[in-house]
Design a protein around this ligand. Structure first.
Ligand code: SAM
Length: 265
């Protein structure tokens, strides 16, 4: 078995696992835009990764700006676009903490960051900078859709998720492990193992990092501080007819955020 580091250096295997929900997610985002936003056609995806949602949105005729830290992920995103899609897409290498494009200021109908990516922002300052920066790019009626897991600080055991995917003849087994939250430091230790086996391959790609933690009160305070209000909340079932009620025990949340016109942030 050959050991490798950083799953984002291997976009094709990352996407074999996370690409399976793409059409459902794009349907959900479009419907959120119609119900809570403008329904307009300029989208933005902070930390767009290997571009599965960028490509899906462009294939639906939307204009998409996407950016990411990882050049390997962006290269995969660029490669997958057809010439017609490429004309509607602008990709750049940038950080969530300080991305700004003057051409997009006040022009974005829908921004979205799903699959807990927001939790990579490792401090309150970084999170506020990202949220206020993204708010600046939204139209006054635009929405920012943010999907991530809240943290139960009282949890007594680690959490574990397992998925299986396929890339050509290679089988991909993905195990993600979230250790116990460190409440004072506002972080959880994370570990991802991608085991790739095929006719000429036996790889273990192991990645470790920390995710920032939020409980319900912490996230609500952060949104307020960043000049955003919650227009609706859903969970990872992406069911528009089942919004998450106040005090729900479910920790997987999709927040539909709107610029708070009364805010001075
Ligand atoms: C879980 S992937 C999500 C990719 C994509 N949004 C999707 O739904 O498939 C997380 C992505 O966040 C990027 N990332 C992590 N920290 C970042 C930061 N501070 N600024 C920009 N991108 C970042 C990684 O390079 C990676 O591509």
């Amino acid at each position: 078995m050959e050991r490798r580091k950083d799953w984002y250096e291997h976009p094709e295997y990352y996407e074999a696992i996370f690409g399976t929900d793409t059409v459902r997610e794009a349907d959900f985002l479009q419907e959120l835009s119609r119900r809570f936003g403008t329904g307009g056609n300029q989208w933005l995806e902070p930390a767009c990764g290997a571009g599965r949602l960028v490509a899906e949105a462009a294939s639906r005729g939307l204009k998409v700006a996407g950016y990411d830290l990882s050049e390997a992920m962006l290269a995969h995103a660029r490669k997958r676009l057809s010439p017609a899609e490429r004309r509607r897409v602008k990709l750049s290498q940038a950080r969530m903490e300080d991305f700004f494009d003057p051409a997009l200021e006040g022009r974005v109908d829908l921004a979205h960051t799903l699959v807990s990516t927001f939790r990579y922002l490792d401090s309150e300052k970084a999170a506020v900078e990202h949220l206020t920066g993204t708010r600046r790019l939204l139209k006054p009626d635009g929405i920012y859709v943010l999907g991530f897991h809240l943290t139960d600080y009282a949890r007594s055991g680690p959490e574990h998720e397992r998925w299986v995917g396929q890339v050509g003849k290679d089988k991909v087994v993905c195990n993600t492990h979230e250790g116990l939250p460190e409440q004072r430091l506002r972080r959880s230790p994370m570990r991802n193992r991608l085991r790739v086996t095929g006719p000429d391959k036996d790889w273990l790609i192991e990645t470790t990092w920390y995710f920032r933690t939020y409980d319900e009160a912490q996230v609500k305070r952060l949104f307020r501080k960043s000049g955003l209000r919650v227009a609706a909340t859903f969970d990872f079932d992406y069911d528009l007819d089942s919004p998450v009620g106040r005090g729900s025990p479910r920790l997987d949340r999709v927040f539909v955020l709107k610029p708070d016109t009364a805010s001075k942030a």
